[in-house]
Design a protein around this ligand. Structure first.
Ligand code: SF4
Length: 185
């Protein structure tokens, strides 16, 4: 009797957006119909695509966004602990990106300008609900807190570059994106 070919295990992938705008996640979805191929190859753990809230053991963790508050740091450490390979996806994860524009200003000054003295006084004071994560004084790129295995630049990185990187990793190859697909804007 002929035996069925062994079914390759799907790789488990988690994704999250820290201090990001979800544009990098939108770029993942921009792989268009190739997403059908992707779901044959991977299963998603914690991700905005699944709404799973905690990260379990994974082959690959994809991080969008840098670190602007204590919860970002907690989630990033959870990903690093559980993911064999960690990818910094996009400018914000790699260097802080747009949110890091606030780094040359004092955090207290910003909060007072936005919530107390600025033109829009409708907020009712600086939010202090204990449920809110504490903001960090500066916005940090993720490699300042955990080891990062791969960095894919761009704001956002193009879908074709994300696809090339994912398919290389899924095939067990060292990712080789090539100059045509690497963008820094
Ligand atoms: Fe958004 Fe650009 Fe940051 Fe990605 S790199 S989260 S697209 S601002």
């Amino acid at each position: 009797t002929s035996q069925a070919a062994p079914v390759a295990r799907k790789l488990r992938v988690a994704t999250t957006s820290l201090a990001g705008c979800f544009g990098c996640h939108m770029s993942i979805l921009d792989i268009d119909e190739r997403i059908l191929k992707l779901v044959e190859l991977v299963e998603f753990d914690r991700s905005p695509l699944t709404d799973i809230k905690t990260c379990g053991p994974c082959d690959l963790g994809i991080i969008e966004g840098g670190l602007c508050n204590a919860e970002n740091v907690h989630v990033l450490r959870e990903f690093r602990k559980n993911c064999k390979v960690l990818l910094a996806l996009g400018a914000c994860a790699i260097n802080g990106g747009l949110p890091a524009q606030r780094n040359h200003l004092d955090l207290r000054d910003i909060l007072e300008e936005v919530y107390q003295t600025g033109a829009d006084m409708s907020h009712g004071g600086i939010p202090n609900d204990p449920e809110l994560p504490l903001p960090l004084n500066k916005v940090h790129p993720i490699h300042e807190v955990v080891k990062v295995d791969y960095f894919l630049p761009g704001c956002p990185p193009p879908a074709d570059a994300i696809w090339k990187l994912l398919t290389d990793l899924l095939a067990g190859r060292t990712p080789n994106i090539g100059h045509g697909l690497l963008h820094y804007d």
